[in-house]
Design a protein around this ligand. Structure first.
Ligand SMILES: *Cc1c(COP(=O)(O)O)cnc(C)c1O
Length: 468
């Protein structure tokens, strides 16, 4: 049993939350077509939709907001931001932008040609979409352990080096303008990439003369896992591990909404001076001048402070400990989850919990609806509803490997007792699981349907299911 993690902070400002009466929650979820993206946030009690931009600022960040300098060019907060990014990420040039996906857009519109391949341990959805939008072809090389449910290998976020090398040999290095490592690997459960694996990918990059970029949203959580699980790193500071990781990369794409401990922001950081001019042109075109890139001076300050706070070991002990504690409690009440637990949330295996609902009728969404009905909890489906869209090229639906419910945990926001409440609600759902019903889509857009589609609960499916 994991130790109950104690929050290494006390609460100075409070935001009230309230649980609506159950009858009202049942009415609301029906009104929004059983799609939790369409619920008003105020109607949610515990919001585990995402860990992106949803965390709390520290008192130091709040104080930083007050010294925001909103000058158009050369604001003092920009220099603090730039210096902090250079120190942690070990790059010569920094381009600020308002979200991680803009860093992707700026980089890919500059370096990708139509038909180029972009290998990644596993693409995050915006990275995949931005690659395809610029005519590139995203290819994933997760390590073999990532899919092995019985394996407790800590670095399931790793890249499969042999398959990566074989792929480059097959298509030729000229068609691979960049290799990306996503740290931590969001799509396999927020699991880390080891330093040894990062160094091995660097080796492949050197062998073929291809630059290496990190999609670094959760760089601090990744560095923490290296310290805990990779030999030789036990006594190192998180900062020095993060610096060593980043030293292997030629460039960094960052969403500061995760380990920047900020509500908005991002950047691109590079070493290659030849690339700089073209990236800067694009930055000015779509975001703003080089010293603010779509951000307020006060935001730049909050990010500069947050990037360092994310590297504090007592914060990371609590952060990763909280996720582990949450996962172990869920397993104890009989909820199957993806293991080992990663850095930013729990992935419940609804396919296993609800085998009586076929993937085509969205078992994970059924659990998401039930979490809201019974507990006012908002989670997100990562299964056939999210990934089962028809491929625009082939017209065929692709079946995902698992039907998951992600309960992401915002940073420094919820206490252990909030998570215990969520576990109590999941325990009720586990007891009543045979009564959960399937769903069918009644309205859907052409792309990214999970954000806006509407569903209906299937009466009488499966037989005997009576929740509603
Ligand atoms: C969130 C995220 C992004 C995109 O960042 P935004 O700030 O949401 O635009 C890219 N990659 C990874 C791994 C992420 O988690």
């Amino acid at each position: 049993m994991a130790k109950r993690p104690i929050e290494p902070f006390r609460i100075k400002a409070v935001e009230p939350i309230s649980l609506l009466p159950e009858a009202q929650r049942r009415r609301i979820i029906k009104e929004v077509g059983f799609n939790v993206f369409r619920i008003r946030a105020e109607d949610v009690f515990i919001d585990l939709l995402t860990d992106s931009g949803t965390g709390s600022l520290s008192q130091f960040q709040q104080a930083g907001l007050m010294i925001g300098d909103e000058s158009y060019a050369g604001s003092r907060n920009w220099f603090h931001f730039e210096q902090t990014v250079k120190e942690i990420f070990q790059k010569k040039f920094v381009l600020p932008c308002h979200q991680g996906r803009v860093a992707e857009n700026i980089l890919f519109s500059t370096i990708l040609k139509k038909g180029d391949y972009v290998p990644n341990n596993t693409h995050f959805d915006t990275t995949r979409a931005n690659t395809m939008h610029k005519g590139g072809i995203p290819v994933d090389f997760p390590c073999r352990e990532a899919d092995d449910e019985r394996s407790d290998f800590p670095f399931k976020g790793n890249m499969d080096i042999d398959r990566l090398r074989a792929f480059i040999q097959k298509v030729g290095p000229d068609r691979v303008p960049v290799i990306i490592i996503t740290v931590t690997n969001n799509s396999v459960g927020g699991l880390p990439v080891s330093m040894a694996n990062i160094a091995a990918v660097r080796g492949v990059c050197d062998e073929f003369g291809i630059p290496l970029f990190f999609d670094a949203a959760r760089y601090a959580e990744n560095a923490y896992f290296i310290k805990r699980h990779e030999s030789g790193y036990e006594d190192r500071t998180i900062m020095s591990i993060a610096q060593e990781m980043c030293g292997h990369a030629d460039g960094i794409m960052m969403s500061a909404k995760k380990d920047g401990l900020a509500n908005m922001g991002g950047f691109l950081a590079i070493n290659d001076e030849k690339l700089l001019g073209r990236l800067q042109e694009m930055l000015i075109l779509i975001e703003g001048f080089l010293t603010y890139g779509g951000l307020n001076g006060r935001d730049l300050e909050a990010i500069a402070i947050g990037l360092k706070e994310a590297l504090c070991e007592d914060y990371l002990d609590y952060r990763v400990g909280q996720i582990r504690y949450f996962g172990e409690m869920l397993q104890q009440v009989g909820c199957p989850i993806v293991t080992p637990t990663g850095g930013h949330g729990i992935f419940a295996d609804a396919g296993k919990l609800l085998p009586h609902i076929e993937p085509a009728h969205f078992p994970a969404q059924s659990m998401v609806v039930e979490l809201y009905r019974r507990g006012g909890i908002r989670a997100v489906e990562i299964g056939s509803m999210m990934f089962g869209d028809k491929d625009p090229n082939t017209g065929k639906a692709v079946a995902p490997k698992r039907e998951l419910v992600r309960m992401a945990v915002p940073r420094r926001m919820y206490t252990a007792s909030h998570l215990e409440y969520v576990v109590d609600i999941v325990a009720e759902i586990v007891k009543d699981k045979d009564r959960l019903r399937g769903y069918r889509i009644v309205k859907e857009p052409a792309y990214l349907r999970h954000f806006t589609c509407e569903l209906e609960e299937m009466a009488g499916y499966p037989a005997g299911a009576i929740s509603g």
